[in-house]
Design a protein around this ligand. Structure first.
Ligand SMILES: Cc1cc2nc3c(=O)[nH]c(=O)nc-3n(C[C@H](O)[C@H](O)[C@H](O)COP(=O)(O)OP(=O)(O)OC[C@H]3O[C@@H](n4cnc5c(N)ncnc54)[C@H](O)[C@@H]3O)c2cc1C
Length: 373
């Protein structure tokens, strides 16, 4: 088959990898360079954790994703997964339930009491009434390196074209055609559209209006040299147990310490700049001033805003059929990076007309994700 993949983010590139592994010809086309610094996937890091409290399906899927990322490191002969673990700070009863959920799914996790947390992580000021779950099969994906590794691998495969700086302006999912801004039309047996937060501009109006755009602010920081040793063993912390939903990614493999919280994620009308407004930077700095002893303005390197789309009805991802030959990953729901290898397998199954692989992301096969609005 000849497959056209529109987009050059993690979902598109890994779907192209899946198609190439199955021996198909693939054209990947992006509006910018591949990879593109404005893509949501383009950042120093993304968290991979298995624990999704009270969600056994997502927890089991994330464990499968962990193993698939390790296989991809082997395939690409590159390292991009820092297995520093993940710490989720929770009330003690929820931490016990979380550790049980993880071990039932085949993962390895320990619960930590408030005292153990304070001893182990003196550089985090956590709520003394909370405990935590520390999981091993988790950590930090060096996102930019992941994208570069996909591109590096794809370039060496026969039958793969990477077309840069060519925005797609229309997709005909019945005929497998993609029209580019320069007038060229790409013909394929199958089309996948995975254009991240730009999807509302390319997909049919009936799909676009079911999607909500979010904008989130991030603060990049440098840990002072004197404190670097304390930070060396810090896991990714997807939840610091605060009311505002603070989370952080530790400085691994030469990256910055990254700070954010659910409180600085807001709805946006359109994709504009990526500049973090001063007041959001101040808000984050004040929030983390209470959480990180010694934290101050000298730590802050800068900010960046990133965008993602969610299916308004569920707040999660959305896959839509665009006709007999076309599919779109219309919304990523804000947590798709870690699941990307599984999502890619499921999307490749659809585009190639294969039987669904049970190791893909089962959730993509269930309503309402499949509902074509
Ligand atoms: C602040 C923030 C933190 C996150 N943290 C995590 C995390 O810790 N863990 C996790 O698992 N997930 C996380 N996510 C989610 C994750 O980053 C995204 O789900 C994922 O990167 C989306 O990838 P994508 O390939 O769908 O889109 P993108 O990476 O945005 O790629 C889309 C590509 O399509 C191209 N494109 C757009 N329009 C066109 C067009 N018309 N023609 C051609 N090309 C086009 C773009 O140039 C771009 O390269 C986070 C998201 C945000 C915003």
């Amino acid at each position: 088959m000849r497959v056209t993949v529109v987009g050059g983010g993690v979902i598109a590139l890994l779907t192209a990898v899946e198609c190439a592994l199955a021996g198909h010809r693939v054209t990947v086309v992006d509006q910018g360079p591949i990879p593109y610094s404005r893509a949501t996937s383009f950042d120093q890091h993304r968290i991979i954790r298995a624990l999704h409290p009270a969600d056994p399906l997502a927890t089991a899927a994330a464990l499968r994703a962990h193993h698939r990322w390790l296989e991809l490191e082997e395939l690409f002969a590159t390292r991009f997964y820092e297995r520093v673990g993940a710490l989720t700070v929770l009330p003690p009863a929820a931490a016990d339930a979380g550790a049980l959920l993880l071990s039932d799914a085949g993962g390895r996790a320990r619960t930590l009491t408030a005292t153990a947390l304070a001893e182990r992580y003196p550089h985090l000021s956590l709520d003394g009434a909370l405990g935590g779950v520390l999981e091993d099969e988790a950590g930090v994906l060096l996102a930019e390196r992941v994208l570069a590794a996909c591109v590096g691998w794809l370039k060496w495969q026969p039958g793969i074209d990477l077309v840069e700086h060519r925005p797609a302006v229309a997709v005909d999912g019945e005929r497998g055609q993609v029209r580019l801004a320069d007038g060229r039309v790409l013909h394929g047996d199958g089309v996948l559209v995975a254009v991240g937060p730009w999807a509302r501009r390319l997909l049919p109006e009936r799909v676009a209006k079911s999607l909500t755009l979010y904008r989130q602010s991030l603060l990049y920081c440098r840990v002072p040299r004197a404190r670097a040793e304390t930070w060396a063993d810090t896991p990714a912390v997807p939840a610091l147990g605060t009311r505002r939903g603070a989370w952080l990614i530790p400085p691994v493999a030469g990256t910055a310490l990254k700070l954010s919280s659910a409180a600085v994620c807001r709805e946006a009308d359109d994709l504009t700049d990526q500049v973090t407004p001063e007041e959001r930077q101040r808000e984050l700095a004040a929030e983390f001033g209470d959480l990180l002893p010694g934290f101050g303005p000298a730590w802050v390197l800068g900010g960046k805003d990133c965008y993602y789309l969610s299916y308004a009805e569920t707040g999660g991802p959305l896959v839509v059929s665009l006709g007999d030959s076309g599919h779109a990953y219309a919304a990523c729901g804000g947590t798709s990076f870690k699941f990307a290898p599984l999502i890619a397998r499921t999307l490749a199954d659809r585009v190639l007309g294969r039987m669904p692989d049970p190791t893909g992301l089962a959730a993509l096969d269930t309503a309402p994700l499949d509902a074509t609005p």
